[in-house]
Design a protein around this ligand. Structure first.
Ligand code: SF4
Ligand code: SF4
Length: 528
């Protein structure tokens, strides 16, 4: 069978990519990067997707690979390492449905949801997270500062991979010990605010279902900042569906400089709030202008809730620089006040985990009873299928229908259903990265390409921890109960709304000039 010229081009491209994937597995791409340092536009024509090849609307230095703004807070590219393989384009277009899903020319920024999936597939490491380790070292060296660190649910099943441990190795205690060896003054847990997120989000869902607040169903989860930005760009008309809850990282940030500072008698100005995340989009999220509620609470708006975000990879780099022998560290426990967690918080790191944790607590809130045993192993929401569905009977609330999706190409399919009024669901979990946070763009990339095999091992590790945890429902977290008792009063109280909830903006105007008028016609706030 003979191929026409288009098919021939495609087959050449596939062979080239397959070859690059193969050599990346053999660790040989560094040689290629050295040989091809500097990217000459002529070399790119063969592999440049038609949209860019024909449009001539990008500057030449981005043709053939993903465009990245120089001031992108999450990712950077080192051009001398780029071999123009196009795999970043593939990840951005096929996994995330971002690249090429907008009109050129863009208005004033390069469209990016900061997910970092391109950093995981780049075979030479030309694209990587923006390195913020020096900022942390500076803060740790300042005797006037009290440096607090929080760790996300998914880093504890991936950090060990950087030190030769098998994928999914559970290193929660060693991670705490490592952070103490680096010199952090308090080592606390984002899982504490994952439980808190469930308290607020389940309350909001029940209010929507009962018609007690004027917000539509289905409710969308809001803890994945890449997903939130995706919705702001591409589906701003659906933003009223988004839960107003901040992500666990940002809830933590707002509390550490208010509740924690008061309890420990430390001036908020002295606190540097650092987070260790599996996610490059968390760097963007921490910089969102509205994420200074602790500052507003104290009438010092310059104070930010989260000061510095490091990915799992950056933490590993810091530990290696400091010669901390991770494999020999003992297991240590988190500090108190914001360091306790339940099994519900642990599974936040996996696709479907937020949903399962929320359903457990929503059941308790509505019935006042312990959830039935099947809600502690909600099989239909587990695993790596791109889109999952389940329904749960909650006496007093009826049958609650839920959906889960991860990777924004899957998310787009679900959003189209909601947009067309064909959604049967009450609650939908969206995660921007394949597998959820455990497959985040800041996680270790010690294999050639991120694979479902690795993701499954991390996922199993999280569910095994949940199964052995003594308390598995977020409302059982005694430090969260104390927080409401001493400070917030109850979920969605006035103070909880002030510190733990937020609002969103349309970014549709960044996609093309015609979108500006559309966003305005929806009466949406437009991002500056
Ligand atoms: S960070 Fe995500 S959205 Fe941005 S260029 Fe990379 S893959 Fe695309
Ligand atoms: S994946 Fe890396 S090497 Fe390949 S085109 Fe993109 S930046 Fe260049």
């Amino acid at each position: 069978m003979s191929l026409n010229s288009k098919e021939l081009e495609e087959s050449k491209e596939i062979n080239r990519r397959a070859f690059l994937k193969m050599i990346s597995g053999l660790g040989l791409t560094g040689l290629l990067a050295g040989g091809l340092s500097g990217c000459v536009p002529k070399q790119t024509e063969e592999i440049t997707p038609p949209l860019l090849a024909k449009s001539k609307m990008w500057p030449e230095n981005v043709v053939g690979r993903i465009p990245i703004d120089p001031d992108n807070p999450s990712i950077v590219r080192y051009d001398e390492k780029c071999i123009l393989c196009g795999q970043c384009i593939q990840a951005c277009q096929e996994t995330q449905s971002v690249y090429s899903f907008y009109n050129l020319p863009v208005v004033d920024e390069t469209i990016c949801i900061n997910c970092g999936q391109c950093t995981l597939v780049c075979p030479t490491g030309a694209i990587s997270e923006r390195d913020d380790t020096r900022k942390v070292l500076k803060a740790l060296a300042d005797p006037e500062k009290f440096v607090v660190v929080q760790t996300a649910p998914a880093t504890r099943v991936a950090l060990g991979e950087e030190f030769g441990m098998p994928a999914g190795a559970w290193v929660m205690g060693q991670q705490v010990a490592a952070l103490r060896r680096l010199g952090f003054d308090a080592v606390l847990d984002t899982n504490f605010t994952a439980d808190l997120t469930i308290m607020e989000e389940a309350t909001e869902l029940i209010k929507r279902i009962k018609g007690e607040i004027d917000k539509p169903l289905p409710q969308f989860t809001s803890c994945s900042p890449g997903w939130v930005k995706f919705c702001e760009y591409f589906y701003p008309e659906l933003l009223p569906h988004m839960s107003s809850c901040k992500s666990p990282q940002q809830m933590f940030g707002a509390l550490v400089k208010t509740y924690y500072a008061k309890n420990k008698n430390i001036p908020a100005e002295k606190i540097v709030s650092v987070s260790i995340m599996p996610c490059t989009a968390k760097k963007f999220e921490a910089k969102r202008p509205e994420m200074n509620d602790s500052g507003l609470y104290m009438e010092k708006p310059a104070i930010r809730d989260v000061d510095i975000v490091l990915t799992t990879r950056e933490l590993a780099r810091l530990l290696k620089q400091r010669n901390i022998d991770f494999n020999k560290l003992p297991e240590e426990s988190y500090d108190s006040l914001m360091g306790e967690c339940t099994g519900g918080a642990i599974i936040f790191g996996a696709t479907g985990g937020v949903m399962e944790a929320a359903v457990r607590t929503a059941y308790f809130f509505v019935t006042g009873q312990q959830p039935p045993v099947n809600l502690f192993n909600l099989a239909p929401v587990r695993g790596l299928s791109g889109i999952k569905e389940a329904q749960v009977d909650i006496p007093g609330a009826g049958t609650v229908k839920v959906a889960i999706c991860h990777g924004m190409a899957n998310g787009r399919k679900v959003l189209e259903k909601v947009k067309q009024g064909q959604s049967p669901w009450h609650f939908i979990e969206f995660m921007s990265c394949p597998g959820g946070c455990l497959g985040g763009g800041g996680q270790p990339r010690t294999t050639a390409l991120p694979s479902d095999e690795i993701r499954t091992k991390r996922l199993n590790s999280l569910y095994q921890a949940d199964a052995r945890w003594q308390r598995r429902e977020s409302h059982e977290n005694s430090e969260v109960v104390a927080l409401y008792h001493k400070f917030l009063e109850h979920p969605m109280s006035e103070l909880a709304e002030e510190l733990l909830h937020t609002e969103y903006v349309s970014r549709a105007d960044k996609l093309s000039r015609t979108a500006v008028a559309t966003a305005r016609s929806w009466k949406l706030k437009v991002a500056k």
